[in-house]
Design a protein around this ligand. Structure first.
Ligand code: FE
Length: 204
């Protein structure tokens, strides 16, 4: 599913109301929808998650940092300067050959802002929040990610005190790549667990 399709499936009343207001403003020529989409995209996909991508790339290249990150996410993330509201207590969960981790906030929309930026609408919507707990593999499949039955799927429920971030597996074929190059491969979805990092040669 692309971003628009995800929003279509995992939408909320609030999102629908916002869309209705947006349509009205566009109709009256007060708003350019393309400009709004660009700004949202910037914070959800481009600026926001780049901090998290730096954390992941460092963990992939520096085993001592990775150890600190798993043991004490808050401090290790703060080493790179990423602290603040909605990121006070961070727990980083590592994807391995045996475990795939997925994040949700079943109660509302808790999300690690300092590392991932603003949450997408689908993340905040009831259908994602309720279904990913009941049928994580089914939801992941809809996001285009099929997890082998041999791999355990763990769902982590964020809350007001605790925010999670997924440390995805380093993609094959990235040996010898620099930290900067690796960071370019890390997608927002891969740090939520609803996607994987890009592989070399595929643009972010
Ligand atoms: Fe929440």
């Amino acid at each position: 599913m692309n971003e628009t399709e995800k929003e279509g499936r995992y939408t909320t009343d609030v999102a629908l109301r916002v869309k209705a207001i947006e349509s009205l403003l566009v109709e009256k020529d007060l708003l350019d929808p393309a400009a709004i989409d660009k700004i949202v995209d910037l914070y959800q996909n481009k600026i926001g998650p780049r901090n998290g991508a730096r954390v992941v790339a460092k963990a992939w290249t520096d085993p001592a940092y990775k150890k600190r990150l798993i043991e004490d996410g808050t401090s290790a993330v703060a080493e790179l300067g990423y602290t603040g509201v909605q990121g006070e207590e961070m727990v980083v969960v590592e994807n391995t050959d045996d475990v795939h981790n997925v994040l949700v906030c079943t109660l509302c929309s808790c999300y690690p802002w300092p590392t991932l930026g603003l949450p997408a609408n689908w993340y905040k919507a009831a259908p994602y929040r309720s279904r990913v707990v009941i049928d994580p593999r089914g939801v992941l499949k809809e996001f285009g990610l099929e997890v082998s039955p041999k791999i355990e799927v763990r769902v982590w429920d964020s809350n007001a005190e605790l925010r999670y971030m997924v440390l995805p597996k380093r993609p094959a074929g990235t040996e010898g790549m620099s930290e900067d190059e690796l960071a370019e491969l890390v997608t927002r979805d891969s740090m939520i667990g609803v996607g994987l990092p890009n592989t070399p040669g595929k643009a972010v």
